[in-house]
Design a protein around this ligand. Sequence first.
Ligand code: UDP
Length: 482
Amino acid sequence: MRREIHMFFLPFLAHGHLIPVVDMAKMFASRGVKTTIVTTPVNALLFSNTIARSKESGIHIGVELLNFPAVDVGLPEGCENDDLIPTSQDGNLEMITKFFQASLMLQQPFEKLLQERKPDCLVADTFFHWATDAANKFGIPRLVFHGISYFSLCASECMSLYKPYKKVQSDSQPFVVPNLPGDIKLTRNQVPDYVKQDAETNSTKLLKAIKEAELKSYGVFVNSFYELEATYADYYRNVLGKKSWHVGRVSLCNRKNIDKVERGNKSVIDEQECLEWLESKEPNSVLYICFGSRTNFTSSQLKEIAMALEASELQFIWVVRKQKNNEEEDDWLPEGFEKRMEWKGLIIRGWAPQVLILDHEAVGGFVTHCGWNSTLEGVCAGVPMVTWPAFAEQFYNEKLLTQVLNIGVAVGAQKWVRLVGEFVEREAIEKAVKEMMKGDKAEEMRNRAKALAEAAKKAVEKGGSSYSDLDALIEEISLRSH
Ligand code: UDP
């Protein structure tokens, strides 16, 4: 019999990183691995219900806490998740820098924990670059979790190796990403700032440290499945020579509705009410719009989206991160909008039960910012997507959806921007959502998306590609720790 192995998970302190790591820990635990998530008190509260419910169903996940030195670096007390970083005009750069500074300070208490608990393996987020050294100190393999697709991992690597954005005449002139399969075209405008910068900044220093740590680590852990991006999984492993395991989509371990609800923050809408609203709609008739946990839009952009939705005559659920003003109507909504849309649309102000909504048969399309979790959730729900990327590696995910998988319609965002999405006019939004929801092209995209959703399910079933890769990883760690 295999000796029980103990795995530590150290997720970055942001919803898009925390949510898949909790699912990942659950997945390992359900395969007989002892798992412990190491995080801070505020973040632990975000998934305490999930842990409690898993325990009731016989899946035990341990939690160890580290104090986050927010106040020591000049952040407000309790600012332990990047969702809680106060907003400012300059895109929060100063606060974000402080947040990373505090994250660096977790190294020492974390090493103490490694020494005491002696796990067999550590899966740590890419942003905790110091985790490789910490693990090496105790002879433990460290796996890197980027939380992004194989496609984006490959695209990032090719951009950094060949710097094609330096060889074009203007920011808007398209170039092909050299050596990346698929003839993928981008413009300099769409390349992340931290990739283009030559001068040393906090971001470029962080990127360098992350790269060095990855080279010294045991391998890379990817939340994706082989059938979705086989060409890029092979390219990453065989051409770029990276050791990696794909075990996704990790959240497919959550089958029941209740597990789809408790992800990240608490939903601001009663889930039952949300489901009842969806039940009253025809299959594939509702558009779902959500831009993840970090992207914001100006009031004028929100108004533009509202007008596009009304003009499209589609039914919709629209998640808006802006809170309601004290006044009768929000300043970002056209006058009388909510009254006119009473039966057609549902606006959720705050956190929505995204997976619960996406997986409902009434939902026929998703307008997304192309964060990897949302992208994968859309794929696994079998819906086509309107792509509206803003920052991080979201423009790469847009290309995967629109140019490789052919299940996406680009809204036309042209520029990489930090946290506040680029302005897109109502006509472009209306055109894209209609193209995704209605007509022959929509039908073809939906069929392709449904086939991918089927493949995703098979991948995590016994004998499937992700299931087998997870087995191989557990076996390897087990042998190694023996
Ligand atoms: N999410 C959610 N409700 C919301 C907003 C986001 O459940 O109202 C979840 C979403 O399902 C996904 C994660 O938060 O799992 C966002 O991750 P993603 O990588 O898509 O984007 P990020 O927030 O990191 O930009």
